[in-house]
Design a protein around this ligand. Structure first.
Ligand SMILES: Cc1cc2nc3c(=O)[nH]c(=O)nc-3n(C[C@H](O)[C@H](O)[C@H](O)COP(=O)(O)OP(=O)(O)OC[C@H]3O[C@@H](n4cnc5c(N)ncnc54)[C@H](O)[C@@H]3O)c2cc1C
Length: 306
């Protein structure tokens, strides 16, 4: 049986209280949200915090709120809330696409978007979603609040720019007119991490050309900042199968897969190509249809959280 090293545990009752506890206990303290990434790492002794600061009582961090041209999502929002939110699916159908493939109901009932982003696992689906949506992240620390773009959140695998004495509090997704998105994933079995996955967000111009596009690939090392050749090939062009094929070919060339038990490098490049084509096709069809996959053209406002 795997047992974590001994630790102390305290429940924060506000963000300020959590920050105070992090400052008090220093580098040996870690925030715990859903615990679905941190606890397995503690059992394997890959993480050995002496203090766990539990933030699960901070309902102020559990919300999905439409605020003008931004959808604000609290860092403690659970996977299941993102999966079930019609406001999220209406504006950003790729979130529901991704959430249907993440783990299983047990993990989705507890795991949070903040924990997912702060874990910074290269196979993590919501990181790609946030890259594709060009999310802004709100981080609070002892000196107040700062906002960073998603491309600056991850410094590398399992390493983020959220400092030890800070907490990620909110994720902001810009709502763009004439836009839609899609996400698709290949996994060895239901609930597994991605062998490879792709997400795309597309904004169409009034003239039927692709005005703007962001592509991200999960588990094969390509995000909105590095898929530049695919994105450049698409901008200003009319959608066609030939164009999707060109963008897929470039994404397959530019990604950085590593061979492992999930597949060879060649297989993963093949997936990068094919999945890029599929998400572009679906996202553009969705803009044209003006609706999410469930046919929900939604303009919802703030949703109460239970
Ligand atoms: C069996 C299994 C299968 C899974 N499959 C997938 C999958 O297919 N795709 C996928 O994307 N994910 C998958 N996951 C991961 C899942 O999405 C987790 O919920 C997620 O990675 C972490 O969220 P959490 O809230 O549990 O974070 P925790 O485990 O509580 O924390 C993770 C890390 O983030 C830090 N942290 C948490 N919240 C904050 C915050 N607000 N501010 C600062 N730091 C914070 C913690 O200190 C810790 O370092 C799987 C997990 C399991 C157990």
């Amino acid at each position: 049986m795997q047992i974590p090293a001994a630790f102390d545990y305290v429940r924060a009752d506000s963000v300020d209280h959590a920050l105070q506890l992090l400052a008090e206990h220093g580098p040996e303290a870690r925030v715990i949200a859903g615990g679905h990434s941190l606890l397995p790492m503690m059992k394997l002794r890959l993480a050995n915090p002496e203090w766990l600061i539990d933030i699960n009582d901070l309902s102020e961090l559990d919300h999905i709120t439409e605020d003008g041209d931004t959808l604000r999502v609290g860092a403690l929002t659970r996977h299941v809330s993102l999966l079930e939110s019609d406001a999220v699916a209406g504006h950003f159908p790729l979130v529901r696409d991704a959430e249907t493939t993440i783990a299983d109901p047990l993990v989705r009932n507890r795991g949070t978007i903040g924990g997912s982003l702060c874990q910074a696992d290269p196979a993590e689906d919501l990181s790609t979603v946030c890259h594709v949506l060009r999310a802004e992240l709100v981080i609070r620390g002892p000196n107040g609040e700062r906002t960073v773009p998603m491309r600056e959140l991850h410094r590398g695998p399992y390493e983020t720019s959220v400092e030890q004495n800070e907490i990620l509090t909110e994720i902001r997704w810009p709502i763009r007119p004439r836009s839609s998105s899609a996400y698709t994933k290949v996994e060895r079995r239901v609930g597994d991490w991605a062998t490879a996955a792709a997400g795309a967000s597309v904004t169409m111009g009034a003239d039927g050309q692709i005005e703007d596009v962001t592509i991200g690939l999960t588990a094969v090392g390509l995000d909105g900042s590095t898929a530049t050749r695919s994105q450049d090939a698409l901008r200003g062009q009319r959608p066609s199968e030939e164009l999707y094929a060109e963008a897929g070919r470039l994404a397959a060339e530019d990604c950085n897969p590593v061979a492992d038990q999930r597949g060879t490098e060649a297989y993963k490049r093949h997936l990068a190509d094919e999945l890029t084509r599929r998400v572009l096709r679906t996202a553009i069809e969705r803009v044209t249809a003006g609706a999410s996959p469930a046919g929900q053209g939604i303009t919802a406002s703030a949703e109460p959280r239970s």
